[in-house]
Design a protein around this ligand. Sequence first.
Ligand code: ASP
Ligand code: MG
Length: 418
Amino acid sequence: MLVFKFGGASVKDAEGIINLGNIVKQYSGGQLLIVVSAMGKTTNALEALTRAYVGQHDDMHQVYEDIKSHHFNILSRLFEPGHPVFDDIQNTFVEIDWMIEDEPHDDFDFIYDQIVSIGELVSTRIINAYLNAIGLTSKWLDVRSYIHTDNTYREGVVDWQKTCEEIERGLPPLLQKGLVVTQGFLGGTSENFTTTLGREGSDYTASIFASCLKAESVTTWKDVPGILNADPKLFADTVKFDELSYNEAIEMTYYGATVIHPKTIKPLQNAGIPLLVKSFNQPDAPGTVIKEGVLPVFEKPVVIVKNNQVLVSISTKDYSFITEHHLSGIFAIFAKHLVKTNVLQTSALSFSICIDMNTDRFEGLLNDLKRDFKVKYNDGLSLLTLRHYKDSSIEPYIAGKELLLEQQSRNTVQLVLK
Ligand code: ASP
Ligand code: MG
């Protein structure tokens, strides 16, 4: 049994969905589960809608209308008028209609998940209807009845035992009858509310299903030929890896490579399931295979850039040393605000942490830190990580930039740059 995951870029328009249909057709003889993200930039647009609703901005209805009309334009390119999918999509959006009529609830993360999840509910309904329309047998599955999470909205923590039990019981009979299409990124709580698993979390969804079903492999279909040593949008002369080890892939995602979601690899590694990263434009090309026991040769360093970084410097108010006691208090504050640290450095009097700028969480974090510490910060920075570098390979990346923090080990160098 195979698991395919199609990201937003691969289903951003009618051509993308037609292409998905052609790829899936070639594999429809075997058992196949298809995990799909929201179409194109829909998640960003739904995020904007959530903010407009919570802030009661004037443009809320416009933002919402744009999202709907974008989807209906795509529908009208794929289906004859009167096809039941038009009503189905209309009815799915009604959830948002109801929500935004009322006063916003005070839990932003909860509202976010109820609104943003509509992107995947809609995309999977469209794709499932399209696969049936081209003569395949496909069933739409509501992932929220299978992937069970706690109620940490926007970062749902998966209850693996309950999830695997449901998947093992529910999926095999469905997969025997035909294709199954389901939503990436979403989960459900025990009270039947919708959660999301963190941005770009659809890869993780695919890996959860694969691991519970002991799939042969997972394939994620992307707009790149496989995993490259650097982002081709930022660097010229990239090279593709034919194979990578699970370890290297985990390290790359840890440092911020966005090609796969960081939580994806562990379940696959544990179950020994290979992950294939392939191009949806060249479906027959081999892409990259991530599996056990690969020893790749790194001709060029792996380069990972994370933008929108903030470097926070924390020191004591009374000029005393930063001790373990202070550090544990500082980490507790970061954990409370669900802020992950990207690089850390301590000196006698200060502690520096580089984090992603998250405007929803930053102010609360600063306020809590300032209660006990002096805090300064520098934003708009980039964090550059080079793995398997040679000393000579660092220089060109720093040229013309201000280096605010550097951390070097034998294999990896991290640079915070302005
Ligand atoms: N649609 C979600 C996002 O854009 C999940 C995903 O694409 O994996 O974050
Ligand atoms: Mg996406």
